[in-house]
Write a protein that binds this ligand. Structure first.
Ligand code: SAH
Length: 457
């Protein structure tokens, strides 16, 4: 059969690929189909055909998989937010296990990995402590917040998202009312004109503090007191401790501009995580699923098997969460992080918690780790938790040079994790165990924690 673009076909989905698409075969050729489940039999139309694979979209589900659910969200499939919304939670966990397994085998070349079951999230919905909504207008011309549709910048308006706390939906409503009342213009990506760009909300689950940031293409909001009054009048379990204008005048896709202007309260909120208090600014990275973060960090530190006299290097340390948690069980922890505000938060957090055996260094892991290796630092454990693109080779080379007994690699991207683990294993390490951790229910994203041990020569 000639496989051509525009062609209709019937397909059975038999696996889910990294990135979340279902995969089935037509005449042996792999076809990627979003928003499907393993076991679905579907009628699809092919919208792209390449030399080794094709891409299709569902026109009709002929026989739904027993792993399907229809009740999670009415916007499932339209909104680009939750690409696993249509899958039962138990199936999501199995699929994530498979995605990690595939990456370790195919990219890392690992065989017989001791891969635990995916650690389920304590709360598989309303778990996100950070939400960002772009603004737009609905068909009737009213201001709305929402999410962008999959692979586009078309707004899918929403009143409430089941990934976030209800408080967030109420803040969104208050901000939309403010924008309407003050006739604040909306930012237009095409012309670069207009003010309101996005709403950014961060909640601290441990303290019930909230931060609300209006990201706008202006240095001065219209009638900011109206915004403050509306937000403070919102009834919820949270207390707003910070309202800010984030000034974002550049025509890029970054959520935040560089400068914050405090309109009410402070420029940080506090949270309690793993029994420690943390100050968090808008620009600092903070894990978005708090109860599951505690389990992730426990998994990582259990792998490190600390006995109290270790020196630990925590690369990509953010605001020092892992560093400070580990410091209670080690001799010394050195944290390295590239974002200035995060390092300032980390130092403040150490002081706030009375922890004196940590040191935080501002700079990239790839520039600082080689310098530390040069000075002869030899930590017994290196923890690294890089962004999606993984670690640079120079950071990995520095780790190899420092020759720690254990490397605990925490990653939100199984593909780069597998690549980097393979590199370490070609230089004196072996992969001891791995645990997928579900930090992002209802999406195809999966966190993973891996222990690599130095191979005795
Ligand atoms: N371990 C922390 C942060 C992990 S997220 C936590 O659990 O909260 C990854 C962090 O790496 C972010 O804070 C990001 O700012 C930082 N980062 C990104 N690129 C970096 C680089 N090249 N060198 C050091 N840190 C980097």
């Amino acid at each position: 059969m000639m496989i051509k673009q525009g062609m209709k076909a019937t397909i059975t989905i038999d696996s889910i690929a990294a990135g979340g698409d279902g995969v089935g075969r037509i005449d042996g050729m792999a076809v990627f189909v979003p928003n499907t489940c393993r076991g679905d039999e579907a009628e699809i139309v092919l919208n792209k055909v390449k030399s080794g694979c094709a891409y299709g979209t569902v026109t009709k589900i002929l026989q739904p998989s027993s792993c399907r659910r229809a009740d999670f969200c009415a916007l499932s499939g339209a909104c680009g937010g939750c690409d696993f919304a249509h899958m039962t939670y138990s199936e999501q966990l199995l699929v994530k296990h498979q995605i990690v397994q595939d990456a370790l085998t195919r990219i890392g070349g690992f065989k017989d990995v001791s891969l635990s079951d995916t650690l389920p999230a304590p709360r598989p919905e309303r778990y996100r402590n950070k939400m960002v909504f772009p603004f737009g207008r609905d068909e009737a011309g009213y201001v709305r917040g929402g999410f962008f549709a999959q692979n586009s910048h078309t707004l899918v308006p929403l009143d409430d998202c089941r990934q976030g706390d209800e408080a967030v939906s109420r803040y969104l409503f208050a901000v939309v009312e403010y924008l309407e009342e003050t006739r604040t213009t909306l930012y237009d990506e095409k012309t670069g004109r207009g003010a309101a760009r996005r709403l950014f909300v961060r909640l601290a689950e441990g303290t019930k503090e909230a931060m609300v940031v209006l990201v706008a293409n202006t240095k001065k909001l219209k009638e900011p007191q109206v915004l403050i009054d509306k937000l403070l009048a919102v009834e919820s379990d949270y207390e707003i401790k910070s309202i800010m204008l984030n000034i974002h005048t550049k025509p890029n896709n970054l959520v935040l501009g560089e400068q914050n202007k405090v309109l009410y309260g402070k420029d940080t909120i506090s949270d309690v995580l793993c029994g420690l208090t943390f100050s968090i600014g808008a620009h600092s990275f903070y894990q978005i699923n708090s109860p599951q973060t505690e389990r992730l960090y426990n998994t990582a530190l259990d792998m490190a098997e600390l006995c109290g006299n270790e020196t630990i290097l925590d690369l990509y340390c953010g605001i020092g969460t892992i560093s400070l948690f580990a410091a209670k069980r080690a001799k010394k922890v050195i944290g390295v992080e590239i974002v200035r505000q995060a390092i300032e938060n980390a130092k403040e957090n150490a002081a706030k918690n009375g922890i004196i055996n940590t040191e935080f260094m501002l700079g990239s892991a790839e520039s600082i780790a080689p310098k530390l290796a040069q000075t002869g630092l030899s930590p017994s454990v290196v923890v690294l938790d890089p962004p999606r693109k993984g670690a640079e080779a120079s950071a990995l080379d520095a780790i190899i040079k420092m020759n720690p007994e254990k490397v605990v690699y925490v990653s939100c991207n199984p593909a780069t994790l597998a690549r980097d683990a393979k590199y370490l294993c070609a230089h004196g390490y072996h992969l001891k165990k791995a645990t997928p951790v579900d930090m992002f229910p209802n999406t195809s994203h999966v966190e993973c924690c891996v222990l690599l041990c130095r191979t005795q020569q």
